[in-house]
Design a protein around this ligand. Sequence first.
Ligand code: ADP
Ligand code: SF4
Ligand code: MG
Length: 384
Amino acid sequence: MTAPLLAIRDLRTWFHTRQGVVKAVDGVDLDVMPGECLGVVGESGSGKSVTFLSVLGLVKPPGRVEAGRVIFGGRDLAKLPPDELRALRGRDIAITLQDALTALNPALRVEEQIVETILAHDRDLPPGRGRSAAARAKALEMLRLVGIPDAERRMHDYPHQFSGGMRQRVMITIALACRPKLLIADEPTTALDVTVQAQVLALIARMRRALGMSVVLISHNLGVVARYCDRIALMYAGQVVETGPTRAVIAAPYHPYTQGLLRSMPLLSDPDRPIQPIDGQVPDLIDLEPECRFLPRCPRAAEICRQPVPLLPMGDARLAAVDPAADSNEGARISARLAAVDPAADPNEGARISARLAAVDPAADPNEGARISARLARCVRAAA
Ligand SMILES: Nc1ncnc2c1ncn2[C@@H]1O[C@H](COP(=O)(O)OP(=O)(O)O)[C@@H](O)[C@H]1O
Ligand code: SF4
Ligand SMILES: [Mg+2]
């Protein structure tokens, strides 16, 4: 049985502000399997960054993790002593932050920042005098690997002397210097031009293969994530609204928000299709009603949406979750959506999904299967 490398369960992170309690993350469940790339997508302000800062214990007041569990490599991170959690950050889990300029130390040359990380985490360095020189050699090798031209000279520069794309590469180098099991890349390409974006993403994909690590790629851009990730999770207003294998979600999205995001993107296959942005904005996360959070923007909203909407399993074995009496076409629509995924396009897709389903031991947690299974969605009322 393959257990998730990272399992997030019912995570709630709230900010206690003068205006009220901002429920930035409110009941998030996510799994990252060993070696996979999970894409986390959602408009700005949907709780993506706060979710993963919470995983690492990096949320600052007035933010507080109110509830939930974060299990990494079988260990409950909330129960780790602070020094062990600190050691785990950087060594086993590395994060690259949205803004490379503020995340890097402006007063230290790039070389020093990378060498510091290597010295702190790399167990393969020789002891004694040669240690420092070996760390420097590794830093140079990594800077070359991430594609910094003239690395030998540039490593003596300060962060502000690099362009945006090169700074992202430096931050990725620092994150990867300790060969983590999990890299969390938070908007690694925002503010970069399209060519550099593609280079940085290709770099992350290459390093993922080379190091056999898992990656969480956070982005507001569904297109970016769809291209690079095995599975995706869509976040809206502090909750996951839909998750599943990328290909299946894109081919047949269940949730009206996922559908809206897809309609708001240009398609290479149909460049003349009109682009329709989603009307409205992510709601203020203070004093939220228990109703569906997408209700004010949803073209399919109905009275019933005023009730809380749980994240439901949508795998084939779970079609029963949909009440066929409510809509006689629903069953047919869901099968059509499942059929819309063309397994011929990727011969490994079927195997990957079954492997994931088989990997689940139902005895361990009766909901576990549902969580890791092919699809989860908070709403199935959208038409395919
Ligand atoms: N320091 C803070 N004080 C109050 N609210 C905050 C703070 N930081 C984040 N938030 C709230 O958390 C929400 C989610 O933020 P974030 O996770 O950064 O969104 P994303 O990464 O999806 O763009 C924001 O919309 C904001 O309301
Ligand atoms: S149809 Fe679904 S997404 Fe739309 S308001 Fe109702 S529960 Fe929310
Ligand atoms: Mg963010």
